[in-house]
Design a protein around this ligand. Structure first.
Ligand code: 13P
Ligand code: SF4
Length: 324
């Protein structure tokens, strides 16, 4: 078991011993006092999603972070998401209730390696997936999320694009855009990479009528089995507009909670082996309360990196969410 997985299971036990209703009451009261907003990713623990003022995908969360008037943002997600909020809000307090909640994929590219790749492809633009550090965003021309990666790459004037860090997402984008050369980085999300075609086939045996929804961080083999390929919040839209009433959802299993809440008349199933991102599960109600009490741990991107990274993030927000 790695460190995040070990800490996650320790947290699971701790949380069971605490009165959750009391925690929720305290969080709501203190949030008001601190003039705070709670932004929560779709993969968070169900009880953490339920206290969010907004629950969504990376794009929706960045949009909310850009427009909020709150003085404090409690980011229930992982480090790069809190950094994006900091890039957009240099004067606000950005709290990440567990400072060790990172994204292993975001750490698969660093500024020096990216600069080296640029030297190898001097004509290419760099598109950074939002799952990158602020320092990598500062070295990039554009930023995108899974909700608008295809549209961002289409809008880039250059014909050659270095896409970091997710190789699966880069290949998915390349499959949609034939007139540009996409140079994929060698990164991957271990959670989505771990979902196999056999996991989907196995789930299909129990739910033969179900449509398959995958995240574009999945492998090409799994994406080829999909009826819908969407960002996490895009999955909700797909489930609402589809005629189907059952879905196999190939992404982190936390996603079953917002889907079941938003589309209560339909049924959602994880692939055969439930995919879990232990980092996403590090944030607990107790840690949210503690962060509001202490106004720690904070994430603040250093100003010289922030101003450089802002350009790429603003371009991502300008393009926004494409109509499905
Ligand atoms: P989205 O919610 O933007 O689709 O991203 C998924 C993800 O893996 C975030 O870490
Ligand atoms: Fe990173 Fe994958 Fe976890 Fe998302 S699910 S935070 S991409 S490791």
């Amino acid at each position: 078991m790695n460190r995040a997985a070990e800490r996650k299971s320790g947290n699971d036990v701790e949380e069971m011993l605490i009165d959750q209703d009391e925690l929720v009451e305290k969080i709501i009261a203190l949030k008001k006092e601190r003039k705070a907003v709670i932004l929560t990713h779709n993969y968070q623990r169900p009880e953490v999603q339920d206290i969010g003022d907004f629950v969504g995908d990376s794009l929706g969360l960045a949009q909310k972070a850009a427009e909020t008037e709150a003085e404090v943002i409690v980011f229930c997600g992982v480090h790069f998401m809190a950094e994006t909020a900091s890039i957009l809000n240099p004067h606000k307090i950005i709290l990440l209730p567990d400072i060790e909640a990172g994204c292993p994929m975001a750490d698969m590219v660093d500024p020096a390696a990216l600069r080296e790749e640029r030297r190898r492809h001097p004509e290419a633009a760099v598109v950074a997936y939002v799952n990158t550090t602020a320092a990598v965003k500062a070295e990039s021309d554009y930023c995108c999320t899974s909700a608008n990666a295809v549209e961002v790459v289409k809008a880039v004037p250059q014909d050659e694009i270095i896409f970091v860090p997710d190789g699966n997402l880069a290949r998915y984008v390349a499959s949609k855009i034939k007139d540009k050369k996409i140079i994929p980085w060698r990164g991957f999300c271990h959670v989505h990479q771990g979902i196999t075609a056999e996991d989907i086939s196995e789930a299909r045996k129990s739910h033969p009528q179900a449509e398959v929804i995958t995240h574009p961080e999945c492998t090409a083999e799994v994406i080829a089995m999909a009826d819908h390929v969407r960002s996490t919040s895009g999955m909700v839209q797909a489930a609402v507009s589809s005629q189907a009433s059952e879905f196999i959802v190939a992404t982190e299993a936390g996603m079953l909670h917002p889907l079941s809440k938003a589309v209560p008349g339909k049924n959602f199933f994880a692939p055969a082996r439930q995919p879990c991102c232990p980092n996403m599960k590090l944030v607990t109600l107790s840690k949210v309360l503690r962060s509001l009490e202490t106004l720690e741990p904070r994430v603040q991107v250093p100003e010289e990196i922030r101003v450089k990274a802002l350009k790429a993030v603003e371009r991502m927000l300008e393009l926004g969410r494409p109509a499905q």
